[in-house]
Design a protein. Structure first.
Length: 506
């Protein structure tokens, strides 16, 4: 692959957890694979009292601990490209020092104005830092490109997202702004496009004539850990559904793009969001479920409930589980329900898409029993990444007894050393100026607009219950009632893709 242009990569919030766990290990991985330009400099910025030497030491430890690439022979060489600036990003005067230091590095490493500014900071700084950069002319693209990467959440609701966008576009062009969603950087998420559009056996069936419903699950076995302050202001709906899961729905439901050009792909995803059937606030209780995990014992150990977690209100009504039923009103998907769910403290950590196909018009082999399972195509995002197809086979012997069996493919079967991390792919794309896997503002605003009735309904209607569910279970039992169709329920996956009670009798 061609290397990106020479540039400075500046991380605001460089002493934080995201930088340590994800960003710097991903950049080092690109370096080891010779995918960075020869003239490349990484600059960390935060208020912590560090210098170049102490920051390099912290980043060396981070790479050794969190890097997904098993090659540490070039760490010292990489660290010579790493620098640190201690400053307060809320003080405009500190940006004079930043500007001067960056100019010295450009001169030393022969780098023009090409710059990426990555905001790995609390959301309240998402408008302040870009404003201060622009006030010091650090957004100017006269002598090279300048890009701004913003982490989620982009706003906390429709109005705050619109206000943030209005502030940004005062000084930044839209093509400079990269709204990052790390889910879209996962290889298995991108494979949704390949599975659909490169296989003639799938695309003809990918519509309302053959599909009964679509299910998207993002489950985590962990709780909120030390993120109580953050989670109290967001909850599962804002944290996962507004961005990650709706973006996956966009990839599942989009029409074939005219090309692989970023704008062509993003245009089709936007059309899906624009086709989402609006939810009326009075119908929120019928189409949504919210829950909160309560204390339990898992493998003999006590697990605290959400309200017992650090920095959480003892009377909190913030949801740690959210499930939603909705429709996409277009020719391909008209009348087909989509179900998405996410939750903390569920039995396992798993992310997957399940395409549930309609049963055959006349099922010959059901005898006197109801069919409780139809064909399913499972697209596993993580862990045990792969694809699983479930279909009926005859049990050997007399008669026509049928069982559901699996045909599966695992990414681990490929002759590759590893699957690149999501940040590795997304940071490389940003360096190359490829916006395919970054959200357009129209997508962000359409997602907020779609979810606002649910957010407002949960806030305003005290009759909508907040179900408690024991930690280590699959959320509120009532969530099964969302699924339309007799004997239909959510798929309850295991960590291993095919280990899901496959030999259930039809």
């Amino acid at each position: 692959m061609n290397k990106p242009d020479s540039h400075l990569f500046v991380i605001f919030g460089a002493s934080g957890d995201l930088t340590k766990r994800k960003l710097v290990p991903a950049i080092y991985s690109l370096y080891v694979q010779n995918l960075l330009p020869d003239n490349f400099t990484l600059v960390g910025v935060s208020r912590s009292e560090l210098n170049d030497s102490s920051f390099r030491e912290k980043m060396e430890n981070a790479i050794n601990q969190f890097s997904q690439i098993n090659n540490f022979s070039r760490i010292e060489q990489f660290l010579q490209k790493v620098f640190y600036i201690s400053m307060d990003s809320t003080k405009p005067e500190d940006f004079d020092f930043l500007k001067n230091r960056l100019q010295k590095l450009r001169t030393e490493f022969k780098i023009n104005s090409n710059t990426i500014f990555y905001l790995s900071t609390p959301p309240n700084l998402y408008s302040i830092i870009p404003h201060n950069l622009a006030a010091h002319n650090l957004n100017n693209q006269k002598d090279g490109w300048v890009r701004l990467i913003i982490e989620k959440p982009f706003g906390n609701d429709y109005d705050s997202a619109q206000n943030l966008e209005n502030e940004l576009i005062k000084s930044w062009d839209d093509e400079q702004i990269y709204r990052i969603d790390h889910y879209l950087g996962k290889e298995t998420v991108q494979n949704l496009l390949v599975t659909r559009f490169s296989n003639g056996i799938f695309e003809p069936l990918w519509n309302r004539n053959y599909i009964h419903h679509v299910e998207v699950t993002s489950a985590e076995s962990i709780g909120i850990e030390d993120r109580g302050v953050y989670y109290e202001s967001t909850g599962a709906l804002r944290d996962m559904i507004q961005n990650h899961l709706l973006q996956i729905v966009g990839l599942i439901a989009m029409e074939p793009p005219s090309s692989l050009d970023p704008s062509a792909i993003r245009n089709e995803i936007l059309k899906v969001f624009q086709s989402l059937r609006p939810i009326k606030e009075e119908d929120v209780q019928k189409v949504s479920i919210r829950g909160q995990y309560i204390a339990s014992r898992i493998k003999g150990e006590h697990v605290s409930g959400y309200r017992e977690e650090k920095s959480v209100d003892s009377n909190s009504t913030v949801e740690t589980y959210a499930a939603l039923k909705f429709y996409i009103d277009n020719w391909r998907w008209g009348g087909i329900p989509f179900y998405i769910r996410t939750g903390k403290r569920l039995p396992t950590t798993v992310n997957e898409v399940v395409i549930h196909f309609k049963k055959t018009p006349h099922f010959l082999f059901s005898k006197d029993r109801e069919v409780n399972s139809c064909n399913q195509l499972v697209l596993r995002i993580q862990p045990d990444e792969g694809i699983l197809l479930k279909f009926g086979m005859k049990i050997p012997g007399a008669g026509f007894e049928v069982q559901t069996v699996n045909m599966d493919f695992h990414y681990s079967d490929l002759s590759v050393d590893r699957i690149p991390s999501a940040y590795e792919r997304l940071l490389y794309d940003a360096m190359k100026g490829d916006t395919t896997l970054f959200a357009r503002i129209e997508e962000v605003m359409a997602a907020w607009k779609f979810l606002m009735p649910v957010i407002n309904g949960w806030k305003n209607n005290k009759k909508i219950p907040l179900y408690g569910y024991s930690a280590g279970t699959w959320g509120p039992e009532y969530a099964d009632k969302l699924i339309e169709g007799e004997n239909m329920s959510w798929r309850y996956p295991c960590k291993n893709l095919a280990d899901d009670g496959v030999y259930c009798e039809l």
